[in-house]
Design a protein around this ligand. Structure first.
Ligand code: SF4
Length: 345
């Protein structure tokens, strides 16, 4: 398979981001809902047009996620097996030693991942927690990987410390539309999330921010989530779109599952409204199966979490992912901060 890019998209994601930086479009919830309501083939056609303007549609970014501190979280997110208040079988653990994190980062790099995300189940990191994460960020970065962290809410000065350590991305999801949020989380409010995202952006760290669908929200509320994300100025560089994984013991276990076609629509609408973002297929890929994942790639998803486990829920095995990408004629993007070199799988 050739690694030469074809001509109808920019030569690099950075070029795409730069060329689109001046294009800002505000989306009303009604406009986003109108996209959701398009005939499926029209929606996919529009999403593909936008995707091909900004990206090589045959390239998928691989990102690996490691839980550096699992379980025991005091927040009550209704989907999360790491919340201390739900009996899900997840045991609270202390923060991992540096050696363990670096070993996982080297393995991820060897498997082709380009970005290494470190997640901790905290409401917010204490200063002494942050010191340990700063060391991890420095050391992972030294391996040539992009770094991402998801540590909960950040207080004053904490984003700057992470930036100083070399953090490239901070993940903090909005989870859902403001109107539906109280159905899912009661122990911290929407504004807290927006405040953290503002701190991350002001510190000069790239923003990874998305949500979860299939939590019982309506299509209008899915449109509300996408409008919130797309109207950030600028919108996030990475947009993880998670499909709820129903974990026994969590309040959302047993709700009606989302129609898979609706999930693909959500991906397409995210692509259209955030043209230069990495739209990432995140949690829920195992349950989706290959055909739905293939439709998601056709709808503009161009990033996946890679590896056999997300924070605590299963993820398709590495070899299954490689085989699926090969069947679809997709290539993994192996990009470090300074150099772009794509590998053919
Ligand atoms: S999603 Fe994060 S903040 Fe919410 S309960 Fe789980 S670990 Fe805690």
């Amino acid at each position: 398979m050739s690694s030469q890019p074809i001509s109808f998209y920019p030569a690099s994601p950075a070029a795409a981001q730069a060329s689109a930086a001046s294009v800002v479009q505000a989306w009303s919830v009604a406009e986003v809902e109108t996209l959701f309501n398009l005939p499926f083939s029209d929606l996919l056609f529009r999403a593909q047009q936008v995707h091909r303007q900004h990206f090589d549609p045959t390239v998928v970014e691989l990102a690996t996620l490691l839980s550096i501190k699992t379980g025991g979280c005091p927040v009550d997110c209704g989907y999360c097996p790491q919340a201390a208040r739900y009996d899900t079988g997840v045991t609270a653990q202390k923060i991992l030693p540096l050696d363990t994190v670096l070993h996982a980062a080297r393995e991820a790099r060897a498997a082709g991942a380009t970005r290494f995300c470190m997640g901790a189940a905290w409401r917010e990191p204490k200063d002494r927690d942050l010191e340990q994460v700063e060391v991890m960020v420095r050391e992972v970065k030294a391996l040539g990987l992009e770094t991402c962290a998801t540590l909960g809410m950040l207080g004053a000065g904490q984003a700057e410390r992470l930036k100083e350590a070399g953090l490239d991305y901070y993940n903090h999801n909005l989870d859902t539309a403001p109107e539906f949020y109280d159905n899912i989380i009661t122990t911290r409010d929407y504004q807290h999330r927006l405040d953290t995202l503002g701190r991350v952006r002001n510190a000069g760290i790239k923003v990874c921010c998305g949500g979860i669908v299939g939590m019982g929200e309506s299509r209008l509320q899915r449109a509300g989530l996408i409008a919130q994300l797309a109207n950030m100025a600028p919108y996030p560089e990475s947009v993880p779109v998670n499909h709820l994984v129903q974990v026994p013991g969590t309040p959302l276990h047993g709700i009606d599952p989302l129609d898979p076609i609706e999930f693909v629509r959500t991906i397409a609408v995210a692509r259209i409204t955030m043209p230069t973002a990495r739209v990432r297929l995140s949690a829920g890929r195992r349950q989706m199966g290959d055909a739905v994942q293939a439709m998601c790639f056709a709808a503009g998803a161009n990033s996946i979490f890679y590896g056999d486990k997300l924070l605590t829920t299963g993820n398709p095995e590495v070899e299954e992912d490689r085989a699926l990408l090969a069947r679809l004629g997709l290539r993994a993007q192996s990009t470090t901060i300074d150099a772009r070199c794509e590998v053919t799988m």
